[in-house]
Ligand binder design. Structure first.
Ligand code: XMP
Length: 510
């Protein structure tokens, strides 16, 4: 395996992804990790990520210099390279000319790190640095140069220590794959044995060994990919001692409970279904504040879930679909980011019920989970299902959640989803949904004046929900959505399309 030490770069996760794409396991740890932890992990190679700091900053993150004496190959990227140079006796200085964006790299040595490349041509690489190395540490040589960096890459004469000033993990670096692959295979001697098939096998075995034969495991099913894959892996390991709990919180989409239950049945899971919609809706009565809605739905969910788990009996474990990006303790130099919206999950439950956690996906990225889902035979509509918030339609009904307003939004939302699927747009976008706006407007139907609700359609593209842009849907599709919603959903006489990006807007309206 390859260990990646994170110095806070935006692209650290990409390094891990690239290495895993070679079927070599990799993990990210904060740069504050101890030498003992590194030894315990037993990496075949270490990659030092980039980061926003300068080695001369007072609070610049450091690592013990002994890392370079462990006999393990090390590759420093950008800040990682500068830190390596600094710690081993080189000189790093603020560069007169900063280098951001593309640069042309000339390779000086086509051994090891640059094996297979041509020293007679220039390669486009991606740079992003203010500091640069002025004097190499003793016994290091330059193995590549760019216009602004005479030492765009370096290596130790004898020991397997390497540094690159550019970012091999980003797609704009045309030789990125080669450089990382040379490091992982040629220099570290890794074998490409990490596959999703082997992952499933090992995980199932581990769960089976962990859970004793009397214990039961519960998990909360949502019908989404993470909770479904989690349930399937645990089910493979211990069969029906896994009890997946599906809670109807009253703010699900049209036909959602039926669809989730029949899907799970098809997958061989025996689901414990609870219709708690009345309890949720009663508590939501009169509530208009979005954060308050989230809190109510959050704690009511935990309450219901706990009651049900107690009914099942002998429950010792909670299985959760936590993914790797949620786990990584990233190094932040900006302090904790402000809470814009609180996201709800079963937080707090494991402590209260003294449940131990099973998180079979905690080492995986989303696309790896999708690959497992494919291996496990999940249908496309689960694998590529759009994200749906835990508080459901409650945060898409602006203002109070009532039965009547739920009916309107459900119908409108079903039309949006149906048309998006039919036109093929559903799978091309990040999310597409309807929002019930808390205003009434005047319209005319036949000879009558109407005074009815407005539905907004929101459709965005995004990589990770952090930023998003509204999708330029074809006018014909928008026209069809508008026509159908106004004609088929009683109580709606106007449809608008949301053309705001995130930031400054958010994806959801609440
Ligand atoms: P925003 O509206 O913050 O949404 O741009 C970003 C992503 O998060 C989803 N979202 C939530 N998911 N509980 C959830 O589980 C929530 O309270 C919640 N609020 C927003 C939203 O659908 C989008 O994918």
């Amino acid at each position: 395996a390859i260990l990646i030490l994170d110095f806070g770069s935006q692209t650290t996760q990409l390094i891990a992804r690239r290495v895993r794409e070679f079927n070599v396991y990799s993990e990210i740890r904060p740069c504050t990790v101890s030498l003992d932890e590194i030894r315990a992990f037993g990496p075949k190679g270490i990659i030092l990520s980039g980061g926003p700091a300068s080695v001369y900053d007072e609070e610049a993150p450091r690592i013990p210099v002994e890392i370079f004496d462990m006999g393990i190959p090390v590759l420093g990227i950008c800040y990682g390279m500068q830190l390596m140079a600094h710690l081993l006796g080189g000189l790093v200085e603020r560069s007169f000319k900063r280098e951001y964006g593309p640069a042309e790299l000339r390779v000086l040595s086509t051994e090891d790190l640059f094996y297979g490349l041509d020293s007679n041509r220039k390669y486009r690489v991606w740079m992003s640095h203010g500091d640069r190395i002025e004097v190499l540490p003793p016994d290091f040589i330059s193995i590549a140069e760019s216009e602004n960096s005479p030492y765009a890459a370096m290596r130790h004469k004898e020991r397997p220590l390497f540094g690159v000033q550019f970012h091999p993990e980003v797609v704009h670096t045309e030789i990125g794959r080669e450089v990382l692959s040379n490091f992982v295979f040629r220099i570290c001697g890794c074998e490409p044995t990490w596959t999703m098939e082997s992952f499933i096998e090992t995980t199932v075995r581990e769960i089976r060994e962990m859970v004793s034969s009397e214990d039961r495991v519960v998990c909360a099913l949502s019908g989404g990919i993470d909770s479904t894959v989690t349930a399937l892996l645990v089910h493979r390991a211990i069969g029906d001692r896994l009890v997946p709990i599906f809670v109807n919180n009253g703010v699900l989409r049209k036909n959602e409970p039926e669809e989730v239950l029949s899907l799970m049945e098809g997958l061989g899971l025996k689901v414990h279904y609870v219709d708690a919609s009345q309890r949720f809706l009663e508590r939501l009565q009169g509530v208009t504040d979005p954060e308050k809605k989230r809190r109510i739905i959050g704690y009511t969910f935990i309450e219901v879930f706990e009651e049900e788990a107690r009914k099942i009996g002998n429950v010792k474990w909670l299985a959760q679909g936590t993914l790797y990006p949620d786990v990584i303790e990233s190094v932040s130099f900006r302090g904790p980011s402000a809470t814009i919206k609180t996201h709800h999950n079963v937080g707090g439950l494991p402590e209260r019920m003294q449940l131990k956690l099973i998180e079979p996906l905690r080492e995986l990225f989303k696309d790896e989970v999708r690959e497992i889902a494919r291996e496990l035979g999940l249908p496309k509509k689960v694998i590529w299902r759009q994200p749906f918030p835990g508080p459901g339609l409650a945060i898409r009904i602006l203002g109070e959640v009532t039965e009547e307003r739920l009916r309107i939004l459900r119908e409108a939302d079903a039309i949006v989803t149906e048309e998006m699927l039919k036109s093929g747009w559903y799978y091309k976008v990040w999310q597409s949904f309807a929002v019930l706006v808390p205003v009434k407007t005047v319209g005319v139907m036949g000879d009558y004046r109407t005074y009815e609700h407005v539905i907004a359609i929101r459709c965005v593209e995004s990589q990770d929900a952090m930023t998003a842009d509204w999708v330029r849907l074809p006018y014909e599709l928008l026209a069809r959505l508008s026509n159908r919603i106004i004609n088929e959903v009683q109580g709606v006489n106007r449809v608008v399309y949301d053309i705001s990006s995130k930031p400054p807007a958010t994806i959801e309206w609440e």
